[in-house]
Design a protein around this ligand. Structure first.
Ligand code: 0O2
Length: 277
């Protein structure tokens, strides 16, 4: 197969990876904007390299004409979660979407691989729009925790170093580490709600402060500098107290002041117009 042809074959996969990354990242942003906990912590994506595709085809005895049907991970998305419990939540989100169709699931969480590998894989069918019309292709979404990802990334680099023949004693150590990581992940699950509450509070504080600062900036246009300075000092005092309810109340108060100032400036303009007419 010529280089040019590979580029043509892989282009829709590049498009799919780019689109899917945008979709999953904006899902995460949407949760955060709504001050909800996001089961998605990070999203990565890649198109499999030609050499890796060829190696897999060789290993699995796949002819070129069956490549797109049988190599399911030419387009690969990796979704990283904080907690094991989030993995199922992400899988459910994927299943409920209308812009992708689940083809199969591989549960390496309950059935870890012999290597110690743990992850949840969802194979989807996804349609990209090309200049030749719509094209359906397969993509693999790997969902795992940060700790599982740490293990898999490290083990993957050893696979590369030892060309798939990692010495027995290292393999055993890796299996033990994988189990220790799973024990740690499970223990983290016990304090999940505590951690989520604290993260949501910090998220909320960031959003409130951002809103308040924008309101104060806007007030500079309609209020005297002295008045705005007073408001700013009050904001610093409330911020120092760390009281989120107070911050929320302060933001509402600022909204009311801004609304009043806006109404006043419209009235002033109308009065000015009256005078001209
Ligand atoms: P890359 O570089 O990530 O593309 P397989 O026969 O296991 O190679 P299969 O049957 O198509 O592949 O599906 P499977 O088992 O779900 O594996 C697909 C991908 O999962 C792999 O792609 C890896 O990314 C990951 N994976 C599976 N098993 C392991 C493992 O033991 N260790 C690590 N680190 N990753 C694993 P590729 O093509 O191997 O690699």
């Amino acid at each position: 197969m010529e280089i040019q042809l590979w580029r043509e074959i892989l282009h829709p996969y590049e498009q799919a990876v780019a689109e899917l990354m945008v979709k999953f990242r904006s899902l995460r942003e949407e949760y955060r904007r709504n001050n909800q906990y996001s089961p998605i912590e990070n999203v990565y994506g890649r198109v499999k390299s030609v050499s890796s595709i060829l190696e897999k085809m060789q290993r699995k005895n796949v002819p070129f004409e069956r490549m797109e049907a049988e190599i399911e991970d030419i387009a690969g998305i990796r979704i990283i979660c904080q907690f094991v419990e989030d993995i199922e939540a992400v899988a459910r989100v994927i299943e409920s979407r209308t812009d992708m169709r689940v083809i199969s699931l591989k549960d390496y969480l309950t059935n870890k691989k012999k290597s110690g590998y743990r992850s949840f894989h969802v194979i989807i069918s996804y349609t990209v729009q090309t200049i030749h019309g719509p094209k359906d292709l397969l993509a693999e979404i790997q969902i795992r925790t940060m700790a599982m990802n740490f293990w898999a990334t490290t083990e993957h680099s050893l696979q590369y170093k030892y060309k798939g023949r990692i010495p027995e004693h290292i393999t055993e150590q890796l299996q033990e580490i994988a189990d220790a990581i799973f024990t740690m992940d499970t223990a983290m699950g016990l304090v999940r709600s505590e951690i989520i509450d604290s993260q949501l509070d910090s998220q909320l504080q960031t959003e409130l402060v951002r809103g308040i600062l924008t309101s104060i900036e806007n007030l500079y246009r309609v209020e005297s500098a002295r008045e705005v300075e007073k408001i700013q000092t009050e904001f610093y005092e409330i911020f120092k107290s760390g009281d989120l309810d107070e911050l929320r109340r302060f933001q509402r108060q600022l909204d009311i002041i801004a609304e009043g100032a806006r109404a006043q400036s419209v009235e002033d303009r109308l009065t000015g117009l009256d005078r001209i007419i």
